[in-house]
Write a protein that binds this ligand. Structure first.
Ligand SMILES: Nc1nc2c(c(=O)[nH]1)N[C@H]1C(S)=C(S)[C@@H](COP(=O)(O)O)O[C@H]1N2
Ligand SMILES: [Mo]
Length: 341
């Protein structure tokens, strides 16, 4: 686990945990008699009290490392070039994947034995042609390409990642949506045997699993919206959402649901995990917007994770739609983006 030496000027992890998760942890700790009277909870959390439970300092039982396979995919430069990439080791070791624990180092630590083959990804609902893709289909059925995308987490850090994958639109077109389809719902694998966060409320941050996400159909059909099967020239590591995850670069990172098993087209807006947890903090749209702050922190700038220490702050201003406004702003014309956060 990367221990965070908190500078006063920086956001603290405890500032970034959705309130309801935070409260439920607090309840658990209270029951166990761990919350020390008088100490602000944030201070305890900074002191690493969660490490007692999270096993952050333990080495995993098995030293096995998930084997990734090389993927050869041509670069698609249509969506940007020349951005400074986040080093691969940081993309692989600093993650949010609560099914494997809430600490940034938990996913890599707890997911190395994750089984991705066989896999089954179903496209169902309001379509003429329901599709089921197996593991091989994911890698072979659609022409793969590499795209360099910016990723902005709602917690105000960001990375630039060379993803490999294909436009979700290609898959949806094959499924052939009915005219009545207005939204697309996504679901992560539910497998408590493999995912410790799904077995334990505490490890999993109090989320109701499976993790679910959703897009409007026009957002899902936008060419920038990608199903990713790899990064940095190889198949995805489990901590990044192997074998297939969503990438929506103009939205906050939590929209990029990992290890997807279901894509379901429907007429009504589907529920989404973070919105269910804290409705006033995480909206359905979750478009990156420096003018609409999170209730508990500013979204006007971000800590870019590049070369050097993960916690050496390199603040940079956050761009509207994460810099993809030219491509996507028209999807929201006439919409109040403050109301539809
Ligand atoms: N199933 C699932 N998908 C998820 C998450 C999660 O906890 N569970 N975390 C989200 C968040 S908050 C972010 S920022 C990105 C992080 O992706 P990365 O770890 O590959 O950088 O994954 C998103 N997808
Ligand atoms: Mo995130």
């Amino acid at each position: 686990m990367l221990i965070r030496r908190t500078k006063k000027s920086e956001l603290k992890e405890s500032d970034l945990t959705p309130e309801s998760v935070y409260k439920s942890r607090r309840e658990i700790l209270k029951k166990l008699g761990i919350v020390t009277a008088g100490l602000p909870f944030a201070a305890q959390s900074q002191a690493g009290i969660f490490d007692i439970f999270g096993g952050d300092d333990k080495k995993s039982e098995s030293s096995a490392i998930f084997q990734r396979s090389p993927i050869v995919a041509p670069k698609n430069n249509a969506y940007g070039t020349g951005i400074e990439l986040t080093p691969e080791t940081k993309v692989l070791n600093y993650n949010n994947f609560y099914e494997f624990g809430t600490g940034k180092g938990d996913p890599v630590e707890n997911s190395q034995n994750f089984k991705v083959d066989p896999w089954k990804l179903e496209v169902t609902g309001l379509v003429n042609n329901p599709i089921t893709l197996g593991y091989e289909d994911l890698l072979k059925r659609f022409p793969l390409e590499e795209r360099l995308y910016r990723m902005r987490c709602v917690e105000a850090w960001s990375m630039n990642i060379p993803w490999i994958g294909f436009s979700l639109a290609a898959l949806l077109k094959e499924a052939d949506p009915l005219g009545s389809a207005k939204y697309v719902a996504f679901e992560t694998l539910y497998d408590p045997d493999q995912m410790p966060g799904q077995r334990s409320q505490f490890v999993g941050g109090g989320i109701d699993y499976p993790y679910v996400e959703g897009l409007r159909l026009d957002e899902a059909m936008h060419p920038l919206t990608m199903l990713s099967v790899g990064l940095y020239g190889q198949t995805l590591a489990p901590q990044n959402g192997a074998p297939v995850r969503l990438v929506v670069p103009w939205k906050y990172g939590f929209k990029g649901i990992k290890s997807v098993v279901k894509i379901h087209l429907l007429e009504a807006q589907p529920p989404t995990t973070w919105n269910l947890l804290a409705r006033h903090e995480y909206g359905f749209f979750a478009n990156v917007n420096p003018q609409v702050d999170h209730p508990r922190w500013s979204q006007s700038s971000e800590r870019f994770i590049g070369e050097g220490s993960i916690f050496s702050s390199r603040r940079k201003p956050t761009a509207m739609f994460n810099g993809y406004g030219e491509e996507v702003a028209s999807l929201y014309s006439g919409m109040d983006l403050r109301a539809n956060y």
